[in-house]
Design a protein around this ligand. Structure first.
Ligand SMILES: Nc1ncnc2c1ncn2[C@@H]1O[C@H](COP(=O)(O)OP(=O)(O)OP(=O)(O)O)[C@@H](O)[C@H]1O
Length: 713
């Protein structure tokens, strides 16, 4: 029990002394055992903002660490909890952290770098054996037992450090994560190999005194990484050995698939002691010789293989998208809306100690679509919810309870992105076109979706050639109808898929976000905070998607072969700068989206604070959005009947916007559980959209006619 004493604070059995350092969520104190005088470091973490379940998760992970007793892993002696705080009683490292060492020494001799790298490799091996992935390796997280050159290096701050930083993305976006793997920066899916990039950056800095890539912010840094075709060592470091350079090069490969594997890293000649090609393990550096308190049963050589990683790897690479295995795997993923699971979370699958369930599922709530205004004359599709009776939607209904804070908390965890099929589409909410449904409603058209088509994965943005372009030409003609703004592509042109072009796609996402934001406000005002929150998470997923597009665009723009769109953007930006319709540069757009995203994160946080923690079932946001669209349509119908044509047209337009979101954008967002639509769902959505747009067009034309007759009178 921590308590304040007259002369100094006491935490558990420790007398707290001076402050050693501080992190984003912690203060680290020097302390001594009251009886033995043993020095320790006490890391004080304010947990007030963490909900109970997250705290449990933190504790469970801490307990894993507590069981690891290894010289290259910071020892966790004890945990002292007081209300609102957790104190981690850690082994004290009087050498401080590696960043201090580097600051003090500048670049170090290769022999010293090798010494640190060997220890880091051993520590990483221990983590792997215990199903842990670090994800935040940086010199500040590598502590040294002493100030001497032969100091023992200890890895500190494991996965729980990430779970303590639910808003770390904000920091990431604002700061410059010098040691972060590019796949993480690009919000792509990543695996344990991301740690190896960080190792490469640390090694490079040790031997050269500089980080391999720099930038004032994440985007700049990423651009610098992506545009670099070869790793450049400062000329003054020409003396570096081939082995050292080779290891840096292999660790700092942009493409994780080309990056050295753990096994190769462990076996690299630079790490070998004396006998070049002898693996570390056989030298007794790995595994043997150190008293592991607890070692996972899988810590055999096989477990070193990349394809046997205990972490969540390229989940969907194991089978074609849309294949049963793919669907199964995707639906077993755990995370919050819009956020793919973290390595930590997915590690739960193989990590028996990590029992905390972060699952957030859609609820199984069913609503009846009972408004006749949605029954198309010949349609037989009304009278159902968006879900009914489709299994793909039903899969989202589970009895698992989730708590909002958990869902929200997960938003800064790993990002799983795979390529999918883009298509040109954007929509103009003001567009109205005559209705015609050329296919027979009684028999929904068999849509030739490729397996990709139903993917929940974000789509590649520009220049993707592996696209199975699919046009739903039958739904609406390719011609623009009255009210279509110039340059906008009507929804009917390519109804099913999000645009493959950066700017239209972002605009489309912005429109969706703004329509859904209104819904959040409505729900909030109605006191339906949980619903508002669940929808807010969808908004976060939308912005996250937009961010990903910007980052991908920025990266592709730096790859030496700017896409047509980038060139178009650039030329149009330079030509039009100063004019009212100047297109923003990708960088401007990017910053704007980052701002929006952060604002929405804050809003989500505010909402989560209003919600009482408890085992409340998370409402199904997609169902809520669907029902809201239907309600808008119904209100439009009432207004139309009442002769309120302008209002009717607006309501129809808003309803269309939400339905298009469900049809076009939602399936490509990173949502968990994944959101997918069956062909029948799509057919039904298209029918409603078509119907609503027909009514919208009609209302508009009536309104125009009324205005004209007033003018004439
Ligand atoms: N066991 C320890 N012994 C000695 N110094 C420590 C110990 N743990 C942490 N420190 C010092 O305290 C500093 C802050 O540590 P902490 O883990 O709280 O934050 P961080 O990892 O540096 O930052 P963040 O958590 O924001 O990533 C460290 O950089 C290190 O210098």
């Amino acid at each position: 029990m921590a308590q304040a004493t007259g002369r100094g604070r006491v935490v558990g059995n420790y007398l707290v002394g001076r402050k050693i350092g501080s992190g984003s969520f912690s203060i680290v104190w020097h302390a001594r055992h009251r009886v033995h005088g043993t020095e320790v470091a006490i890391k004080e973490i304010v947990t007030g903002r963490l909900n109970k379940k997250l705290q449990d998760s933190l504790m469970s992970e801490i307990f894993i660490l507590k069981r690891i007793n290894h010289p290259n892993i910071i020892r966790l002696h004890d945990i002292v909890e007081v209300p609102g705080k957790i104190h981690l009683v850690l082994e004290y490292c009087k050498g401080g952290d590696l960043s201090m060492y580097i600051t003090h020494h500048g670049c170090v001799l290769e022999a010293i770098a090798k010494h640190f790298m060997q220890q880091l490799a051993v520590g990483l091996q221990v983590l792997r054996d215990n199903n842990l992935i670090h994800r935040d390796l940086k010199p500040q997280n590598l502590l040294l037992s002493t100030n001497e050159r032969n100091a023992v290096l200890k890895i500190a701050d494991f996965g729980f450090a990430r779970s303590l930083q639910p808003w770390g993305l904000a920091e990431t976006l604002c700061g410059s994560p010098l040691y972060m793997a590019p796949e993480i920066m690009q919000l792509q899916k990543y695996d344990a190999k991301a740690d190896l990039w960080s190792v490469g950056a640390i090694l490079f800095q040790l031997v050269t005194g500089k980080t391999p890539f720099n930038g004032n912010n994440q985007i700049q840094l990423l651009q610098n990484i992506v545009k670099s075709t070869e790793l450049l060592f400062p000329v003054e470091n020409n003396y570096l050995t081939a082995d050292c350079k080779d290891l840096c090069l292999k660790l700092l490969r942009h493409n994780p698939a080309e990056r050295v594997t753990f096994q190769e890293f462990f076996n690299h000649p630079f790490l070998s002691q004396g006998q070049p090609n002898e693996p570390l393990r056989s030298q007794g550096i790995l595994g043997d010789g150190y008293p592991f308190f607890e070692s996972s049963p899988g810590s055999t050589d096989e477990s070193f293989q990349e394809d046997c990683l205990p972490f969540f790897l390229d989940d969907d690479s194991s089978g074609p998208e849309g294949s049963p295995s793919f669907e199964k795997k995707r639906s077993s993923m755990k995370s919050g809306y819009g956020f793919s699971p973290s390595a930590k979370d997915t590690g739960e699958q193989s990590n028996p100690l990590n029992k905390v369930n972060f699952t957030s599922k859609y609820s199984g709530t069913r609503h009846k679509l009972d408004d006749s205004s949605f029954r198309h004359e010949s349609s037989k599709v009304s009278g159902e919810t968006l879900h009914e009776p489709h299994k793909s939607m039903d899969q989202r209904s589970t009895s698992t309870h989730s708590r909002v804070g958990d869902t929200l908390e997960l938003n800064d965890q790993d990002y799983v992105l795979v390529s999918g099929p883009p298509m040109d589409v954007s929509f103009s909410a003001s567009t109205s076109k005559p209705n015609h449904i050329p296919y027979k409603l009684e028999s929904p058209p068999l849509i030739p979706f490729t397996s990709n088509t139903t993917s929940t994965a974000p789509v590649p943005i520009v220049g993707a050639t592996n696209i199975n372009v699919y046009h739903v030409g039958s739904l609406e003609s390719q011609t623009s109808g009255p009210g279509t703004s110039p340059g906008s592509i009507d929804v009917g042109d390519a109804l099913e898929q999000p645009s493959s072009h950066c700017i239209p796609r972002i605009k489309s996402l912005q429109q969706c976000a703004s329509a859904i934001t209104e819904l959040v406000h409505e729900k909030t005002e109605a006191g339906r905070h949980l619903e508002a929150f669940s929808i807010q998470l969808v908004i976060l997923a939308i912005w996250k998607q937009a961010l990903h597009i910007c980052h991908t665009q920025a990266a592709s723009a730096m790859e030496g072969s700017p896409s047509q769109e980038t060139s178009r953007l650039r030329s149009s930006t330079s030509k039009k700068r100063g004019t009212s319709d100047t297109e923003e540069s990708p960088e401007d757009i990017s910053s704007e989206i980052e701002r929006e995203f952060l604002q929405e994160v804050e809003h989500a946080e505010e909402l989560s604070n209003v919600i009482e923690p408890g085992s409340t079932e998370m409402p199904d946001a997609m169902e809520t959005i669907f029902q809201a669209a239907l309600a808008l349509g119904r209100r439009g119908g009432v207004d139309e009947l009442m002769g309120e044509m302008e209002s009717a047209a607006n309501l129809y337009s808003n309803a269309v916007c939400l339905l298009i979101f469900l049809l076009v954008e939602a399936p490509s967002l990173i949502l968990n559980p994944p959101f997918s639509l069956t062909n029948s769902d799509r057919y039904r959505l298209r029918t409603y959209i078509d119907f609503l747009r027909n009514r919208q067009g009609y209302s508009r034309s009536q309104r125009m006619a009324l205005l004209r007759s007033k003018d004439q009178a």
